[in-house]
Design a protein around this ligand. Structure first.
Ligand SMILES: Nc1ncnc2c1ncn2[C@@H]1O[C@H](COP(=O)(O)OP(=O)(O)O)[C@@H](O)[C@H]1O
Ligand SMILES: [Mg+2]
Length: 254
């Protein structure tokens, strides 16, 4: 049982001044599943994401990733342990091509393992790896496009490509479909499903759009005013009266 758990959160709290955005949240994420953290705007989803990925230090509580405590590690160390995260679009090099963006992430990841990439083959190997990532994301024909010219949905896919370059065991995405058109949303959802099936990477995403979550998550956690309100399968969450109430008039049945 225990080794099925990839991420374990124990009594996690995060305060901004006197205000607790996250209140004593405990949850466990299983390896090889798509898990979603949902909740209305302001529930604390992004704060949770930022604390777990090392952007913010928690006020109290513990975070264990693959059995190892990562509670106060800096973000780049957490990423290197295999917990990938999507970066905001502002972290994409907009003046560079899609391929160059993925290459830059790969170069940075492999810097500490130069022996793997000796001599003439190094660049070729990186390029091959970049192309296989772009192929999985359906972006191969856009490899030579300048990033700034991409549609919004494609930019967000490049972010995921950058996250994949660190060979993650688990990828955390904060509202991967935020601001997308219905078509872009559908494409992102099916892309996450494809990546999950092809790589076996554990996915954890935050979302406010219930429809997105019900179609892809194996397990759902519901956050409400910083506290964990419910957890279960999509079916259990859909039928949970407390969840319905938290989403008052929301799109639960959509
Ligand atoms: N850096 C911050 N400083 C102060 N308050 C913050 C900060 N970040 C988030 N909050 C507050 O924490 C609460 C949860 O925000 P957030 O985690 O962004 O929610 P969600 O992502 O679920 O919409 C909100 O009330 C927000 O105003
Ligand atoms: Mg948010």
């Amino acid at each position: 049982m225990e080794d099925k758990v990839i991420l374990s959160i124990e009594n996690l709290s995060k305060a901004f001044g006197k205000f607790y955005a996250i209140k004593k949240v405990s949850l466990q994420v299983s390896k090889g599943e798509i898990t979603a953290l949902i909740g209305p705007n302001g529930a604390g989803k992004t704060t949770f994401y930022n604390v777990v990925t090392g952007k913010y230090k928690p006020t109290s509580g513990r975070i264990l990733f693959m059995g190892r405590e990562i509670t106060n590690l800096p973000a780049h160390k957490i990423a290197r342990l295999g917990l990938g995260r999507s970066f905001q679009i502002t972290n994409i090099f907009l003046e560079n091509t899609v391929e160059e963006n993925i290459l830059a992430a790969l170069v940075s990841y492999h810097r500490k393992g130069l022996s793997l990439f000796k001599g003439m083959n190094r660049y070729k190997d990186l390029l091959e790896e970049a192309h296989s990532i772009l192929e999985m994301l359906g972006l191969k024909d856009k490899a030579q496009e300048t990033a700034k010219n991409l549609a919004y949905g494609d930019k967000r896919l490049v972010e995921i490509g950058i996250a994949m370059a660190v060979h993650p065991k688990m990828i955390m995405l904060d509202e991967p479909t935020a601001g997308m058109t219905p078509e872009e949303t559908e494409r992102m959802v099916s892309m996450i499903q494809t990546l999950f099936q092809e790589t076996g990477i554990t996915f954890f995403l935050t979302e406010h759009d219930m429809k997105v979550v019900f179609s892809i998550a194996h397990r759902i956690f519901v956050l409400h005013q910083g506290s964990l309100l419910a957890q279960g399968t999509p079916e259990e969450i859909r039928n949970n009266p407390k969840v319905k109430e938290a989403y008052l008039g929301g799109s639960l049945d959509a």
